[in-house]
Design a binder for this molecule. Structure first.
Ligand code: ACM
Length: 267
């Protein structure tokens, strides 16, 4: 199967323009799975709750989910993409999964980063893995990567591929993702954005690009540059992720010593 990422520089608040940009880039792409950045259609740096309320959408009833569900259906590929979600008077940093059958499900970001905490509610869906026609897909969003538990739990739940919509500003993630893949023997597809947002005095955010796809043996299969607007794609075999054996005597899941890890689940 072919996995891909569209890395670009979303214009803040210009949903129609950003969606058009994505549609024109990917509509004829030869793909099975497309991952788009976190908040790909709205931009990232919200500066008020009113703004969050204006740009958030219900899932699955909102326009962005409708548009991506239709694209998935027409083109026959799966999409994972990040967007701000409204649920009553709460807002979540969410990512949807759509497929040839249309809308499939939503994940709400578990670990909120920096000023996301001012406007969004920590995710309540928990981590999820979906069985699809191209393999088992798990989702985490951007800063979730900093917590090794995120990718571990998705892998223990059976994910072959971890889709990772992002708006990375810290420099570390591109070096760490291949290691996360190696320690869990899964594929990752990190979709980051480019550009800079300076919507708040003294709080400029520069996004680091470098979207990448990494393999269960810890290799970077393809990586975008820091500033390029590009669709990167690579052929992968997700079933490789099902083999957790390093050699005939070490299976990285069976060898875990859970009785030694109790501290992990204490407060
Ligand atoms: C991030 O979680 N957007 C850094």
């Amino acid at each position: 199967m072919k996995a891909g990422v569209y890395q670009f520089n979303p214009a803040f608040g210009k949903k129609d323009e950003n969606l058009k940009n994505v549609l024109s880039e990917v509509k004829d792409a030869d793909l099975d799975l497309l991952v788009l950045p976190e908040f790909f259609a709205t931009g990232y740096q919200f500066i008020s709750t009113d703004e969050v309320a204006e740009l958030s959408e219900r899932i699955p009833d909102g326009d962005t989910t409708g548009c991506l569900s239709q694209l998935s259906h027409q083109q026959g590929f799966y999409i994972v993409a990040g967007l701000p979600e409204r649920d009553g008077d709460r807002f979540f940093n969410s990512a949807i999964l759509t497929g040839p059958e249309g809308f499939i499900s939503v994940y709400r970001k578990t670990h909120l980063f920096f000023e996301e905490k001012l406007y969004f509610t920590p995710g309540d869906t928990g981590f999820k893995v979906w069985k699809t026609g191209i393999g088992r897909i798990g989702i985490m969003i951007c800063f979730d990567w900093f917590f090794p538990e995120s990718m571990r739990i998705l892998s223990l739940m059976g994910a072959d591929i971890v889709a990772h919509p992002s708006n990375l500003v810290l420099p570390y993630c591109p070096a760490v993702m291949p290691v996360r893949c190696l320690e869990n023997r899964v594929f990752s597809v990190t979709a980051n954005r480019t550009g800079e947002e300076k919507r708040k005095e003294g709080k400029s955010l520069k996004f680091i690009g470098q979207s990448l796809i990494a393999s269960p043996d810890g290799k970077v299969l393809i990586k975008a540059r820091e500033d390029e607007e590009t669709l990167i794609t690579v052929e992968i075999d997700p079933h490789i992720s099902r083999n957790k054996s390093l050699n005939p005597l070490n299976n990285i899941f069976e060898d875990r010593r859970i009785d030694m890890y109790r501290k992990l689940t204490e407060d």
